[in-house]
Write a protein that binds this ligand. Structure first.
Ligand SMILES: Nc1nc2c(ncn2[C@@H]2O[C@H](COP(=O)(O)OP(=O)(O)OP(=O)(O)O)[C@@H](O)[C@H]2O)c(=O)[nH]1
Ligand SMILES: [Mg+2]
Length: 966
């Protein structure tokens, strides 16, 4: 060792551009990395000592970034340290004597490792990592050489490491640290790269050529963690995927039992998906287990079953992490995700992702209007996430310092910990923890952190890997190697690194320990060191850790600082409220319960596509099971109810445009706006709705109602119904015109005589009601006849009002305002305000129907009259006939369209009409009753209000058939 060849990294590596200043991001125009001509051979000699003893102090191994021991070995006698020359603060050089010349003959060992004299430089270390990255020294990497270190190249101070390729018979090692990591190295089986394995050739231009990790931090200041073996990266950081379980699907089932043939819907709900928890496991001290186990998926909920059996809840998954783990959302778009959780204490448990809700089975969809629902929901999808885990040690006191300062030795002296101690830098790769007890109740956890190098804040040395651990410590113990060349400078350099990494780190309370006092050189410079620090107000401690001298004072001082720190922390923490560990799950739940009314609409004019997106809608689409035909109707209804249709129409959607509801469900919720519904009623198979790629076509958005499948243009779809409706129109219109002669008479006589106005008032009311219903159902044929009828009835009423005497006129006005204005207005208002969609149509329909019923029942008095008088003299048989025929027309129209509101009252109308005709035929030839019981107006009027589906008419007695006889 003492004769070790020239040390590579005693040359201060830093970008040329930053020469003379602190290393800064340079302008690393890195040439393309040449592929080193490596002939990889596996050595049967077995793996080297590469251990992952987390907590117990890892062992050094061969890897590129870290300068070998020789880095720090310069013989002060040969290379007088002169920081003044360099103007830089440097980390110390170890007292181990080093050779300063490239002329140094390689030792036998060198040769046995393939040192090739002819090829003047041989240095090979490469780490092949997970990402298959080959880390080599870049041939053209230029690095400055600090002249202060005794290198005096002939040229500009640049140098080049020549790589030996062909001539190399080097012993070649390949060993695997883990499953997917291969570390390949040339040289010693000792984990450490011997300085002697390196040789440098200085060329006239003074450039050092070498293969160095091309993307490394020297060049561009960019920090990359790839130069570090995976075990070190995985020790305290991990990336994992978590997914909560999907909810189970609901099911459609009906109860069929021996004595219960139609037992109703009995499909059970799906079970809830499993949750994802994160729990702190006190027994864990690293994140290494996540190396092999990256995916965590909770179980999905069981599907619902018949007999209303709900599915089982999915199995939860618990991700166990070490105390001190910080959980963030994974990097997204180059941005570090926000911190979700900081889990410090063993036993802490957080619900991270809640499982998806189970889909409802058809039993849950049963309602008053739908007693046999054939619809069930899918289970809700569980949330998923990529997470970055980072472990920050939870130690009270962190021991920091340059490599080889004696930090591990100090920890072993003050605690029962047994970290690896050796006389080379970076012995400690993974932090070691030890518990120091001053007293029974006065204990503290002390962490021995890996050595810090200049540039550590940019990732040099072990840099980032461990500086962040120091962040968690309340107090720092800064160990300075007293045997170093310039302990003060070493001290300053480390302080500066801490500060550069994070100002908060430098503000932490710390004590300075001047170590290795047993060595004469340390002893000698103690006084100057002490004075130097005292001048700055720092009181350093001195110790000989190896002899356990002076360590007690250090412990006491550190504990004192810790106590103060804890006290102030407790005070400041009092202000912070209790932590809600489940806030991530809460946020997700909140998103889930977001209303479907909140959505955004984007229009893509190039493809005439409307995108409707909102959290609530997305969830709804995802949970809709398109297999069931009723889902379509429900979907329609929801779009209508939450205002999507309205907004789209308002934004100017056109026929033929495509609407995509919820991006995520593009494949199953594409609707295209069609003005004509291609008979949704006839589409019952899901395949009818779904075209290629499961996309939907034909969702008629303009329709509002459930019975919306009938559109204005229904005629095209159902010719028979249209024919019936047209016949009904004509017949009803004739019937409405029937009172014409009466009014002609009134007009002639300028007197209403004994006629009453009630039939016309009732007729108008009825027509208006049907207009309302026709408008709701977009039934053109209903609208046409009733608009016509109401106009004529109004005309009748106006005539009546003109010629009626004062009393009947006032009575008529009263009636009109009571019924046609008051009652009608309230029906319309009520249904508009309190009812929606299908319900509104339904109620309006039944009001119309029941009104029509009562009108049909009215002519009973005429029948009674005929039977009583055994005379058909006053029976308006032609009117009865027309009424019957038009009832038949409207009955068939209603049946053909499946509109019971229209059909049912006409059944009654038809039956009474037939009854009247039969009675007429029976009594036609009976003897005339001479008593001539005059049919009162009431009877005739009642008769006249018989309402066909669309129109009602009335006819005063004398205008009908018997007229001739009068
Ligand atoms: N003489 C003397 N040697 C010491 C003392 N403390 C540590 N050493 C030696 O210094 C060398 C480095 O000690 P470590 O404890 O491994 O140093 P470290 O700071 O942990 O080094 P890294 O982990 O590599 O950063 C070992 O050979 C120790 O025996 C001391 O008080 N006196
Ligand atoms: Mg150590």
């Amino acid at each position: 060792m003492a004769t070790a060849a020239f040390a590579l990294s005693s040359l201060r590596f830093r970008p040329l551009s930053a020469a003379g200043a602190r290393p800064k991001a340079g302008s690393p125009k890195r040439p393309s990395r040449p592929k080193p001509n490596l002939k990889s051979r596996k050595v049967s000699g077995g793996p080297p000592s590469y251990r992952s003893s987390s907590g117990g102090g890892g062992e050094a191994t061969t890897y590129t970034r870290l300068p070998p021991k020789g880095d720090f070995s310069l013989d002060p006698s040969v290379v007088p340290f002169s920081s003044a020359t360099s103007g830089e603060i440097r980390l110390r050089e170890s007292p181990v004597p080093a050779l300063n010349s490239s002329k140094e003959k390689p030792s036998d060992r060198h040769r046995s490792r393939g040192y090739d004299k002819k090829a003047k430089g041989s240095f090979f270390v490469e780490v092949i990592e997970d990402e298959d990255e080959l880390l080599t020294f870049e041939p053209d990497g230029k690095f400055s050489l600090d002249p202060s270190l005794g290198f005096h190249p002939r040229g500009s101070g640049e140098f080049r490491v020549q790589q030996d390729i062909e001539g190399s018979d080097d012993e070649f090692l390949e060993f695997e640290s883990d499953e997917d990591e291969v570390i390949v190295g040339y040289g010693s089986t000792h984990p450490e790269v011997e300085a002697s394995d390196l040789d440098l050739e200085f060329e006239s231009d003074g450039e050092l050529e070498g293969y160095l990790d091309g993307d490394n931090e020297f060049g561009n200041g960019e920090v990359k963690e790839k130069g570090v073996p995976a075990i070190m990266r995985c020790f305290d950081s991990a990336k994992i995927y978590v997914k909560a379980g999907n909810g189970g699907n609901g099911v459609v089932a009906f109860r069929r039992e021996k004595f219960v043939p139609f037992g109703g819907p009995s499909g059970g709900d799906g079970g809830k998906g499993g949750d994802v928890y994160v729990e702190v496991d006190g027994a864990m001290n690293s994140l290494l287990p996540f190396r092999k186990n990256v995916h965590f998926r909770a179980g999905r909920g069981g599907h619902g079953q018949g007999r209303k059996q709900a599915g089982a809840k999915g199995e939860d998954v618990v991700v166990k992490v070490a105390p001190g783990t910080v959980i963030r959302e994974a990097f997204k778009g180059g941005m570090q995700g926000e911190v979700l959780l900081e889990l410090m204490h063993p036993g802490q448990r957080a619900l991270l992702l809640p499982g998806g809700r189970g889909g409802r089975g058809n039993a849950s969809f049963k309602s008053g209007t739908n007693k046999v629902p054939k619809i069930a929901e899918n289970g809700e999808e569980g949330a998923e996430m990529w997470l970055d885990l980072e472990l920050k040690l939870v130690a009270d006191v962190g021991i920091v310092g340059a490599p080889n300062a004696g930090k591990s030795t100090l920890l072993s002296a003050i605690s029962a910990a047994q970290p690896t101690i050796a006389n080379y830098p970076f012995t400690t790769l993974l932090p070691n923890l030890g518990v120091v007890s001053l007293d029974f109740d006065a204990t503290m956890v002390v962490a021995d952190l890996p050595g810090l190098l200049e540039g550590a804040h940019r990732g040099f040395g072990l840099g980032h890997e461990f500086l962040r651990h120091a962040e968690r410590c309340s107090v720092l113990v800064h160990v300075v190697d007293g045997s170093g060349l310039q302990p003060e400078y070493e001290f300053d350099a480390v302080r500066l690194e801490l500060e550069l990494f994070s100002p908060g780190l430098a503000e932490k309370p710390y004590i300075v320990v001047y170590n290795k006092m047993d060595l004469p050189e340390a002893y000698e410079s103690w006084d100057s060191f002490k004075e130097h620090l005292q001048a700055r107000g720092i009181q350093p401690f001195c110790s000989s850790a190896i002899n356990r001298q002076g360590t007690h004072d250090i412990v006491v001082a550190a504990y004192e600082l810790l106590r103060e720190e804890r006290k102030s922390k407790r005070e400041s923490e009092e202000w912070t409220g209790p932590l809600n560990l489940n806030h991530v799950a809460d946020t997700i739940q909140k998103q889930r319960s977001s209303s479907m009314n909140e959505f955004e609409i984007f229009y893509d004019s190039s493809s005439n596509t409307w995108h409707v997106d909102g959290a609530g809608l997305r969830r709804f689409v995802q949970m809709t099971n398109w297999q069931y035909s009723e889902s379509l109707r429900r979907f329609q209804h929801v779009l209508d109810a939450c205002g999507v249709n309205k907004s789209l129409i308002k934004r100017g959607i056109k026929e033929g445009d495509t609407v995509i509801i919820s991006e995520r469900a593009v494949s199953n919720a594409i609707c295209s706006l069609e003005n004509e519904d291609p008979a949704a009623d006839t589409l019952t198979e899901p395949s009818d709705y779904l075209t290629d790629s499961d996309s939907w076509i034909m969702l008629p958005l303009v329709q509002e109602q459930e019975k919306g499948s009938k559109m204005l243009v229904i005629t095209i779809e159902n010719p028979l119904a249209t024919a019936a409706g047209l016949a009904g129109n004509i017949l009803s219109f004739l019937v409405v015109l029937a009172p014409m002669p009466t009014f002609y008479k009134i007009y002639k006589k300028k007197s209403t005589e004994e006629f009453g106005s009630v039939p016309y008032m009732v007729g108008l009311f009825s027509a208006m009601m049907w207009i309302y219903y026709g408008a709701l159902t977009m039934d053109f044929l209903l609208l046409s006849i009733n608009v016509g009828a109401s106009l004529i009835e109004t005309a009748y009423l106006i005539l009546f009002l003109i010629y009626a005497p004062a009393k009947p006129r006032a009575f008529t006005l009263k009636l009109v305002s009571l019924f046609n204005v008051g009652a009608y207005g309230s029906v319309v208002l009520f249904t508009m305000l309190f009812l929606r969609g299908g319900q509104r149509t339904n109620i309006a329909g039944w009001i119309c129907a029941s009104f029509a019923f009562s009108c049909f029942v009215a002519p009973l008095s005429i029948i009674k009259q005929v039977i009583r008088t055994k005379s058909v003299e006053y029976m308006p048989i032609s009117l009865s006939f027309f009424l019957t025929v038009s009832a038949i027309a409207w009955l068939s129209y209603g049946l053909l369209l499946g509109d019971l509101h229209v059909a049912l009252p006409n059944v009654v109308g038809f039956l009474f009409g037939v009854a009247q005709i039969i009675i007429y035929l029976v009594y036609k030839n009976a003897k005339k009753d001479d008593t001539k019981t005059k049919l009162g107006n009431q009877a005739a009027e009642a008769m006249a209000t018989a309402v066909t589906s669309g129109s009602d008419i009335e006819l005063p007695e004398k205008l009908s058939t018997p007229q001739a006889e009068v």
